[in-house]
Design a protein around this ligand. Structure first.
Ligand SMILES: Nc1nc2c(ncn2[C@@H]2O[C@H](COP(=O)(O)OP(=O)(O)O)[C@@H](O)[C@H]2O)c(=O)[nH]1
Ligand SMILES: [Mg+2]
Length: 229
């Protein structure tokens, strides 16, 4: 029986993929594949050369990649991993462990006392502040104590994922996942992570448009309440 499915998300991420490949614990999971949106930098060819199956997305966006992965994955536990340097592959088994222990969703948090995030050495930490701000809003509205509602580095039970009936687009998918899991009183566990610097490539999420989308989804979830089934 397939217990764990590792999902690797890429859109032109060749430098990160090459750099991290040997550290990804493929042997510790039962199934793995990449979901790619039109990489033109050799990412897909690199995966295929190394015998990693690749699902090709028709429409762009992280949310769209999540939905496609969910449809194809055979595992009971799904792990979403982005090989851009921000996420430490050593956290993969730690996330799975939390699901085995009973969590519905396990999030690698960049903001616990033991964590670090990419901007820790900067004086101005706009991205971190915005992230913390959104998480604070979530905690106030849904009475929770999450430290990182947004990080994409997470694992979830497939049965729980199904119940969330997600419909967010692009970079808002993880935020919606967290909010809906809280609404359904799912068990969310966070593990501290140490966010590394991006390896090559560039982020596709521009701060201001992404921030505006988050505000939109936050308000939308307040209005929707529990009527998303
Ligand atoms: N499959 C897939 N992956 C994506 C897409 N957009 C971004 N990614 C991947 O998601 C990860 C994070 O994306 P990035 O744009 O760097 O966002 P950031 O880490 O929040 O700054 C990277 O591994 C990207 O290659 C997409 O449309 N589809
Ligand atoms: Mg990243």
């Amino acid at each position: 029986m397939v217990q764990t499915t590792l999902i690797i998300l890429t859109r032109n991420e060749i430098d990160g993929v090459k750099n991290l490949f040997k550290k990804i614990p493929f042997k510790k999971v039962d199934e793995y594949f990449a979901v790619d949106y039109k990489s033109s930098d050799g990412t897909v060819e690199y995966f295929l050369k190394n015998k990693i199956p690749v699902l090709k997305q028709k429409n762009p966006g992280r949310a769209e990649a999540f939905y496609l992965a969910f449809k194809k994955a055979k595992g009971k536990y799904l792990i979403f991993f982005s090989p851009d340097g921000n996420e430490d592959p050593a956290d993969i088994p730690k996330l799975v462990k939390q699901l085995i222990k009973g969590a519905d969703m396990a999030i690698a948090s960049r903001f616990t006392k033991k964590s670090r995030n990419e901007e820790d050495d900067n004086i101005l930490k706009f991205r971190a502040w915005a992230n913390r701000g959104f998480t604070l809003l979530v905690n106030v509205i849904w009475k929770s104590k999450i430290t990182d509602s947004i990080n994409g580095y997470r694992a979830i039970r497939k049965t729980s994922f199904r119940k969330l009936k997600l419909d967010a687009k692009g970079y808002a998918v993880e935020f919606q996942m967290t909010i809906r899991a809280l609404k359904l009183k799912m068990k969310i566990v966070e593990i501290p992570t140490r966010e590394g610097k991006r390896v090559g490539g560039k982020s596709g999420s521009a701060a201001i448009p992404t921030g505006i989308k988050f505000i939109y989804y936050f308000l939308r979830e307040i209005i929707k309440g529990n009527n998303f089934n």
